[in-house]
Design a protein. Structure first.
Length: 453
């Protein structure tokens, strides 16, 4: 183990406890928070190490399930299966010596009443895996769901939608995400920020108008200027939404489904004296919006009112209507950001796609009457499924005769489907930061722009 690192056994215990909650339907981040709070883990960095273990395991979930099925004669009890999965994931990752992983997994098993009796079993299974690793992995990966680490319905949807690109999308989904920042141009220029990074010895590339990619991941507290509000963590594709809404000084703007607040703050950076209604249905997420607005000092140049409400219920928040601009970042499958949240394919069901598309239509129909004539609405989802993107935009125009498709900046069409790009799968070009018609490193997003006649 690395000097100064927390004991691996403690991190394995927290990760295994989170894994059990996740496999029972909890979002992985929330499962990790709950596990860290309940598992005795004194070292301050145990939670961070457990997150790293659990995320790596989730990016290999189907393989881990297949390996356990091959190695165990009968399915282990959930606590044992979870700890076994974390141990196997660490052996696959090769971040620690194999003997250390086995030893620490056994130590973790002995430390918990639910796994103590299975310590010998876990030891035997992990050692058997090391003896037969190549053959076991090759056999498991003959199954497409293991090879691409996604449910079969997920794979089939991507195969139908993108016959030439579906494997590339699935490959990117299994990678760790790039760390991309949005520079707060109210506070510092992009070139000036890049020079600051260079002085600090941090390798970075400009990948959009205000987007900077840090070549190596680091915690937010170690990002220069983050605490002072000079930058936010925000994907370059996500940054396009506020840029392309083209807000003007003094306009009234609605940011529907506003959490975590990055786009709200970005809007305030792009024009003076905006009057912004930011709407978020989740009270806990609304608190994150407030924290981000404060850190970025967004209210220095705009009047921002945060409403904890359902955007589909304008009566709860729309006293400022009609609006000049509406940004709808709608709830979706999040199929475009799986590398950031690898639990997504395993928490979703095939039927969720249609249900979410219905919710998106309801939101669009509820917001459209709030827009002024000649006003613009930009619809965005972090999805690569056409039902939430191109087909949603087509149906919207069919329902609303007064909706005119407006070409997106730098494009001839009013819609754009971004598929995730990766620094690991080709060179990421440096952007000159001009119109940034398309950033060079981004997650999967769909954007559509409409003007009211």
């Amino acid at each position: 183990m690395t000097a100064g690192a927390p004991p691996l056994a403690d991190a394995l215990r927290v990760a295994a406890a989170a894994w059990q909650r996740f496999r029972s339907g909890a979002a992985l981040d929330r499962a990790l928070d709950a596990a860290a709070a309940t598992v005795a883990a004194a070292h301050p960095r145990v939670a961070a190490a457990a997150k790293d273990i659990a995320y790596h395991a989730t990016r290999n979930l189907a393989l881990l399930d297949a390996l356990i099925a091959q190695l165990a004669r009968t399915p282990p009890a959930p606590p044992v299966a979870a700890l076994l999965a974390m141990g196997l994931a660490q052996l696959l990752a090769q971040r620690h010596a194999s003997y250390a992983v086995v030893d620490q997994a056994v130590t973790a098993a002995k430390a918990d009443a639910t796994t103590r009796a299975a310590a010998g079993f876990i030891n035997a299974i992990l050692r058997e895996f090391l003896r037969r690793q190549t053959a076991l992995v090759e056999a498991a990966q003959r199954d497409e769901t293991v090879r691409y680490n996604a449910p079969r319905w997920w794979i089939e949807r991507l195969r139908r939608a993108y016959p030439a690109a579906w494997t590339a999308i699935l490959d990117v989904q299994r990678e760790p995400p790039p760390l991309v920042l949005r520079v707060n141009v109210r506070r510092i220029g992009v070139d000036d920020y890049l020079r600051r990074l260079e002085r600090d010895g941090i390798a970075a590339t400009r990948v959009g108008a205000t987007a900077v990619w840090l070549h190596e991941a680091r915690p937010v507290e170690a990002i220069p200027g983050f605490a002072e509000g000079l930058v936010s963590v925000q994907d370059a594709g996500s940054q396009l939404a506020a840029q392309w809404l083209d807000v003007r000084d003094g306009q009234r703007v609605l940011d529907a489904c506003a959490a975590p607040g990055g786009k709200t703050a970005q809007l305030a950076e792009l024009a003076d004296d905006l009057v912004i209604d930011a709407v978020e249905i989740d009270a806990q997420r609304a608190q994150r919006i407030e924290a981000n607005l404060a850190r970025l000092r967004a209210r220095e140049h705009a009047t921002i009112t945060l409403h904890v409400a359902d955007a589909a219920d304008p009566g709860a928040y729309a006293a400022q209507a009609p609006y000049d601009r509406i940004l709808l970042d709608a709830p979706c499958t999040a199929s475009g950001i799986v590398r950031r949240h690898p639990d997504i394919p395993w928490l979703r069901r095939d039927s969720d796609v249609a249900q979410l598309a219905t919710r998106q239509s309801q939101l669009l129909d509820a917001l459209w009457p709030l827009l002024k004539p000649a006003g613009r609405l930009l619809y965005v989802v972090c999805s690569v499924f056409p039902e939430e993107g191109a087909r949603q935009a087509e149906r919207f125009v069919e329902r609303h005769a007064d909706a005119r498709p407006v070409p997106l900046p730098g494009h001839t069409a009013n819609t754009l489907q971004l598929l995730p790009t990766s620094p690991a799968r080709g060179t990421v070009a440096s952007s000159d930061g001009a119109a940034a018609a398309k950033p060079t490193l981004h997650d999967g997003f769909f954007l559509a722009l409409f003007e009211k006649l």
